[in-house]
Design a protein around this ligand. Structure first.
Ligand code: ZN
Length: 491
């Protein structure tokens, strides 16, 4: 048991020793983004959580095939206006080809993930590129008697499935619960039972994303894509399926049912779910006006933010909590994370300049063992970070000559610190190149001038003069023009 990775399996509701089906190969599937808008904080947490898992499994010597899909067919959601496909709606509003919308937001998502130092997955399949596989899946479920055709659409027969198997194994909901919480939605009259979910939807005439199928011109139900693509790239049974807790029901519950209904046995061995993010104690949502895009975090341009937060601050902040705990974003907590991360990076830089002594008064082997134990305990990154803080204190003590370390132990300490901080937690130093720094510098001056402009607009001359004078003291020459102020730096 010792030094074995334990992960919490949502299916069994307990921690289990991780034993891959085909060691050393590991199949990992994570539900990716729906690309109809900018990546926001809600995208960052699953991406970072499973990025750390991907990194850690590789550290343990596994060969991981990590599949994270792009949902680009669009799917019907309870809050979608009149049930219109979100990507199609965006395309209609912006007069774009749907694939232009997909391309645009996929690139932006990739950029945000790169900034967060999230490694690209091994395969990133698009739902729209796997319509044939999804149609095959629906045909199998129909053939096995767990689906029916109704007015060109195909629905999963939940009651029939529940009789033979057990619907609700993942979420713990039984069929009655589901019936009681199912709202009247578009297409409800076509279903035998309100709990039934669509495997294929016949497209309305105005629906622009559509494909031919044996039943109608239409599009697959959302849950089909992950079942079809997971199977295509990871096989009929694979190790880990992950995603946010909000996907447990209905998405993952339906995936389990589709897998059993088509292939006769459960597809996934371990189900892992990260908890959600709140902002100032509130759920994130359009109606709360607290949907903060990642780019707004990086630039500090959202009204709820008192300053910009770097991608590594966001990453560090998320990892300071266990992935199954909630995380609450607020300015104070983020500022504390920013300082914590800086302390870690300072310790790393100090570590590079330490001189070795004759004896070691720091428990280097113990630190390494404790960090592995924490990761093995269901990926407790919060615990790893606290051990790294202990290590940082020890490093500062050695620098202050209050502790000593031999050359061999110093090399081990560097290796352990590097392995956990950079390779496994995926943090990185953010000092950036000269040109990056200069660009950031310029943006800050621009922001100050915008503030000065705003102060002038409300005749707050004191603030306006203060900003001008302080910039002048630093060597900035400010010129007021018709379109606002410009600046140059007199070196
Ligand atoms: Zn999915």
């Amino acid at each position: 048991m010792e030094n074995k990775l334990m992960i919490y399996n949502t299916l069994s509701r307990k921690k289990e020793v991780f034993e891959p089906l085909h060691a050393p190969n590991v199949g990992l599937y994570v539900c990716g983004p729906t690309v109809y808008g900018d990546a926001h904080l809600g995208h960052a947490r699953p991406a970072i959580t499973f990025d750390v898992l991907f990194r850690y499994l590789q550290t343990l010597g596994y060969k991981v095939r990590y599949v994270r899909n792009i949902t680009d067919v669009g799917h019907l959601e309870h809050d979608a206006d009149a049930g219109e496909d979100k990507i199609a709606k965006k395309a209609r509003l912006e007069q774009l080809e749907p694939m232009e919308v997909v391309q645009h937001y996929t690139l932006r998502y990739h950029k945000a993930m790169e900034a967060l130092n999230v490694l690209p997955p091994s395969i990133e399949p698009h739902a729209s590129g796997h319509i044939i596989e999804q149609i095959q899946l629906v045909e199998e479920i129909l053939k096995n008697g767990y689906a029916y055709v109704s007015e060109g659409s195909v629905y999963f027969d939940v009651a029939k499935y529940d009789k033979d198997h057990n619907y609700g194994v993942l979420s713990g909901r039984n069929l009655d619960d589901v019936l009681n919480t199912t709202r009247e939605l578009d297409g409800q009259h076509e279903k035998r039972n309100p709990a039934d979910f669509a495997l294929w939807k016949c497209a309305q005439p105005e629906h622009i994303m559509r494909w031919p199928s044996p039943w109608s011109d239409g599009f697959p139900g959302w849950h089909c894509e992950c079942t079809a693509m997971g199977r295509k790239y990871l096989g009929e049974q694979f190790d880990i399926h992950g995603g946010g807790m909000d996907l447990i029901f209905p998405h993952h519950e339906c995936e389990i049912a589709q897998g059993v209904a088509s292939m006769g046995k459960p597809v996934v061995k371990y189900w892992m779910h990260n908890n959600m993010i709140t902002i100032n104690g509130q759920k994130m949502g359009k109606s709360y006006n607290n949907f903060i895009n990642l780019s707004e975090f990086f630039s500090g341009s959202h009204p709820l933010l008192s300053q910009p937060y770097s991608p590594m601050t966001i990453r560090f902040f998320i990892l300071q909590a266990h992935y199954r705990s909630t995380v609450d974003f607020g300015n104070e907590a983020l500022q504390a994370a920013e300082k914590g991360l800086q302390r870690l990076m300072d310790a790393w830089n100090t570590l590079g300049s330490l001189a070795a002594g004759d004896a070691t008064t720091v428990d280097v082997a113990g630190l390494r063992a404790k960090c592995f134990d924490a990761m093995n305990d269901d990926m407790n990154t919060a615990q790893v970070i606290s051990h790294l803080f202990d290590a940082s204190r020890a490093i500062n003590q050695i620098a202050d000559k209050k502790a000593t370390i031999t050359a061999d132990d110093l090399a081990d300490l560097k290796e352990t610190f590097r392995l956990f901080t950079f390779d496994i937690l995926g943090l990185k130093e953010e000092r950036g190149s000269d040109s990056e720094r200069e660009a950031a510098f310029g943006k800050v001056v621009d922001m100050l001038l915008e503030q000065r402009q705003a102060a002038k607009a409300v005749k707050d001359w004191a603030t306006s003069d203060k900003i001008r004078n302080e910039l002048a003291a630093l060597g900035f020459e400010i010129k007021d023009g018709k379109d606002g102020a410009t600046w140059k730096l007199n070196r």
